[in-house]
Design a protein around this ligand. Structure first.
Ligand SMILES: [Fe+2]
Length: 589
């Protein structure tokens, strides 16, 4: 979801009016991205990712110590000599039972980041890892291989997150995830960073100006900028804690490059910003350097670099992680767009673009790979890590005080042929009782949803459900509540909460397959998978009040349990769950 032109304008107006009062304590270093480089070799923490039953990627950034009189090798600087780094992985936190170790060299070529794909590990097992160089030892990272024992069913519980805009607020969702002791992994489905600048075009509450500013100052366009922006996120103490605690599976969406990206351009890429493909190459290089991401072995037919990949969890589930930006067709657009990316239906020209069979979200080869994965039998669930909503959503204009009906052209709704192909495939699978239940896990829209995936929608709103989609709220990016506040700046927080409820209520009414929608809370979603059901527990920041109209600017506003939805095996639809998930059925070794 993009910031609307209105909320940017409002933010600017607020700044101009001097309302950017620094009421928020300056709890973190204002030059956070570069500061850890001066604090020691491993100031950016450690991370692990892409767990399989037998392997894990471990990651760190090793800053070479500066010689007297020399500049520190800050991220993006290209400075600093190569460094040898030792790594070790152990079964115990004291590293008495080391199961793997080695030495790697890192240099300015990779911005002094390094990754090791540690193999030969035991499935569903806890491990601890650390790095050492020049007598300095990194913080100890805690991780675990996937609950992926062939033929066996073990517990599977993950935290689903998206849209972590640094200037949007504190990463309390990450802090809450790090504090839990019941998760196997974190799944981040995109917008891990945002490309926006601090000044004109800043995205986020004006109260955080000077408190949580982006580095670099300007929009990220080149390799140096993307590296520094990633470093900023690895400097955040809450992000560090969540990376140190659990393995992450991640995939980029548009903002890791720039807003509303498509195959060879983007909504937020202008001609004076240089060649778009060169920009994307720089952005993805920095992403691969700074994320604990294992590039797949390029074994699937695809166009460009293959980023989409699949994970297995024993006899319980598979997870297909999509990548829908590199090859997508340009979004349909309309001069009648009230909010960036939303376009009215009923206009023959834009309707024809949306229905054009030559336009794609994922390239045809990737869509076929997804369909094949969904059709595989033998496990009760097939999870899909996905960037933008699959569920058809018709936004009634009345919610915005406008006539007509709108769709978000950046979601699957904007690519009607691909959307129909996927839903039609799920409908065919639904007729086969042995096929897996499809559970799509999505972010992007900065709000919490539980929806049936509908086919055969009738004029009175009747439909057949063929799977479900759970959508996680943003960690910090503006959602419906913030958009309402920006439209109606005179509203109290309570009025804005009420108006947001009216908007989301109208959206639900227009889309009866949407069973849950919250446009107010930020946070994360726990996804718990058992053979009997998949449950989504939404965890939200406190409901805003006049005393705290924007909890995102409160460094202590932790997300707490808010609501649960589920899908029962065989039902292929969403129902309400009675309460939050309890203890896990079993624990990793
Ligand atoms: Fe986002």
């Amino acid at each position: 979801m993009a910031p609307s032109t209105i909320d940017r304008r409002t933010a600017l107006k607020s700044l101009a009016a001097g309302t950017a009062a620094l009421t928020v304590p300056r709890v973190f270093d204002p030059v956070a991205a570069a500061a850890p480089a001066a604090r020691g070799i491993f100031g950016y923490g450690v991370a692990s990712g892409d767990p399989t039953g037998t392997s894990l990627v471990i990651w760190t950034r090793a800053t070479p110590p500066a010689s007297p009189g020399q500049a520190v090798a800050a991220p993006g600087s290209g400075l600093g000599k190569p460094l040898q780094v030792r790594w070790e992985v152990a079964r115990d936190e004291n590293f008495r039972d080391v199961v793997a170790r080695g030495t790697v060299r890192t240099s300015a070529d990779t911005d002094h980041t390094l990754k090791v794909d540690v193999t030969g590990l035991a499935p569903y097992t806890r491990y601890h890892y650390r790095f050492e160089s020049r007598g300095e030892t990194s913080p100890v990272g805690h991780t675990r291989t996937a609950p992926d024992v062939p033929g066996e069913v073990h517990a599977l519980r993950l935290a689903l997150v998206s849209c972590s805009n640094y200037t949007g607020g504190f990463f309390t969702a990450y802090r809450a995830i790090a504090a839990r002791d019941d998760l196997d992994l974190v799944l981040h489905v995109g917008d891990y960073i945002y490309e926006y600048p601090n000044g004109y075009g800043r995205y986020g509450p004006p109260e955080l100006v000077g408190v949580r500013d982006h580095q670099p100052e300007g929009e990220t366009i080149d390799l140096e900028g993307y590296r520094l922006r990633h470093a900023l996120h690895k400097a955040d103490p809450d992000a560090q804690a969540a990376h140190r605690a659990l393995p992450w599976i991640t995939i980029f969406d548009d903002h890791e490059v720039t807003n509303n990206a498509w195959a060879d351009g983007a909504g937020n890429h202008q001609g004076d910003e240089g060649d778009y493909l060169a920009r994307r190459e720089a952005a993805l290089q920095a992403y691969l350097e700074w994320m604990p991401f294992r590039l797949p072995d390029q074994s699937e037919p695809h166009q460009g670099t293959q980023f989409f990949k699949r994970f297995t969890f024993g006899a319980l589930a598979e997870l297909s992680v999509l990548e829908t930006r590199q090859n997508r067709s340009e979004q349909a657009s309309s001069p009648l767009s009230p909010i960036d990316g939303f376009i009215p239906l009923g206009n023959p020209a834009t309707d024809a673009v949306i229905a054009d069979p030559t336009r794609h979200l994922a390239e045809p080869q990737q869509l076929q790979w997804l369909k094949d994965g969904l059709a595989a039998q033998g496990r009760p669930w097939h999870l899909v890590g996905n960037q933008v909503m699959v569920t058809p959503v018709r936004y009634p204009g009345v919610a915005l005080g406008l006539p007509g009906t709108f769709v978000n052209a950046d979601q699957w709704d904007g690519y009607a042929v691909d959307q129909a192909a996927l839903l039609g495939h799920l409908a065919a699978l639904a007729a086969q009782p042995a096929s897996a239940g499809a559970v799509v896990l999505t972010g992007d829209i900065h709000s919490s949803w539980g929806a049936d995936l509908p086919v055969a929608v009738g004029p009175t709103g009747t439909y057949t459900a063929v799977g479900v989609e759970f959508v996680t709220p943003s960690v910090t990016s503006d959602g419906f509540y913030e958009i309402v506040r920006n439209f109606f700046p005179s509203f109290s927080a309570e009025q804005a909460v009420g108006a947001t409820g009216q908007v989301t209520g109208a959206v639900r009414q227009a889309n009866p397959w949407v069973r849950y929608l919250n446009g107010i809370g930020h946070g994360y979603t726990v996804i718990d998978v058992t053979p009997q059901r998949v449950q989504a527990d939404f965890h939200h920041t406190p409901v805003p009040t006049s005393a705290s109209p924007d909890p995102r600017i409160d460094p202590n506003a932790m997300p707490v349990y808010a609501a649960s939805m589920q899908t029962l095996a065989g039902s292929r639809r969403v129902s309400t769950a009675s309460g939050p998930v309890g203890p896990r059925a079993d624990e990793p070794a």
